[in-house]
Design a protein around this ligand. Structure first.
Ligand code: NCD
Length: 307
């Protein structure tokens, strides 16, 4: 594969995962001198809202000794509002930065950016498409919390149609062995056929169930997600899918003692805050892991260590 850009999880084979995860373990202790990238500049260009993804990329770059330039509301505050294409914007930023992290509202936009860019482009979410670095930090979190990424039962809960993090994680799980997936989604937002086909090809079994408690009872990992309000055609359609699957203390009671609850965040009520005190609630640790994984990815891309 071309390891110049990170556009989709399909680019990562099992060896790549081991490399990224081992390097993230090193970064957890602080970047050693040999893995720093001083004099390199990262541009973060976000056409959609973000807290974790943008700030963790920027924190990662600063912790590697590099610098950051940023436009956080590119849809309104960049030349996009004047009608500039993504392609033109990227060509311009090529003269300002050594790598570009882009989040865009259109599926495929990161790929378009990569096609015209001489510097590495990292997809930080392209509409309802993919969010590959989130999937990497999610799988890294599973490895860190449970000590393995194989032979696990993983329940994906919530908006599996528009939720790019659940889509990317399910695809990345094709790089594991012995895992089983359980999909728990409102009827209007099931997991897409493209992901199901990838799982079929990889021999990863999956089932759908409307029964949250039975799904979590058998799971090693419960991955809750937000219903993606901004992707529904009408507020009415959003309301029909929202509020159906809530994780509260009674759902935690049904989970195995040695399991974890994850969420890419932000949450908007789908995990009650009293659950935060449960040691199995891993979502804040998950968000923090984003810095180490993104340090590893930036270092690998910017130094050509990954080619
Ligand atoms: C997610 C996203 O933007 O896809 N957030 C994130 O990057 N952690 C999830 C979401 O918005 O629901």
């Amino acid at each position: 594969m071309a390891r110049r850009h990170i556009v989709e999880v399909e680019q990562f084979d099992r060896n790549d995962l081991e490399l990224v995860f081992e390097r993230a373990d090193v970064m957890r202790q602080g970047a050693p001198e040999t893995l720093r990238v001083p004099s390199k500049v990262l541009a973060t260009v976000f056409y959609e809202p973000s807290t974790r993804t943008r700030l963790s990329f920027e924190s990662a770059m600063l912790r590697l000794g590099g610098s950051v330039i940023s436009t956080e509301n590119a849809r309104e505050f960049s030349s996009a509002i004047k009608g500039e294409t993504v392609e033109d914007t990227i060509k311009i930023i090529n003269g300002y930065a050594d790598a570009i992290v882009i989040r865009h509202h259109e599926q495929g936009a990161a790929n378009r950016a990569a096609l015209v860019s001489d510097v590495p482009v990292i997809n930080a979410g392209d509409g309802p498409g993919e969010h590959p670095t989130q999937a990497l930090l999610d799988l890294y979190t599973i490895r860190h919390e449970l000590g393995r990424i194989d032979d696990l039962t993983i329940a994906l809960v919530g908006d599996l149609r528009f939720g790019r993090t659940a889509r990317s994680l399910a695809k990345l799980l094709t790089r594991t062995t012995g895992c089983r997936l359980v999909f728990v989604s409102p009827p209007a937002v099931p997991m897409g056929d493209d992901v199901r086909q990838m799982l079929d090809t990889a021999g990863i079994p999956y089932t759908d169930t409307p029964d949250l408690k039975s799904a979590v009872a058998g799971a090693d990992v419960v991955y809750q997600t937000r219903i993606q309000r901004e992707r529904f055609a009408t507020e009415e359609e959003y309301q029909r899918s929202s509020g159906i699957y809530l994780i509260d203390a009674s759902v935690m009671d049904a989970m195995k003692p040695k399991s974890i609850l994850m969420h890419p965040l932000p949450r908007v009520g789908e995990i009650t805050t009293d659950v935060d005190a449960d040691p199995r609630a891993a979502y804040f640790r998950q968000a923090h892991n984003g810095v180490y994984v993104r340090m590893a990815l930036l270092q690998l891309l910017l130094t050509g260590d990954w080619s």
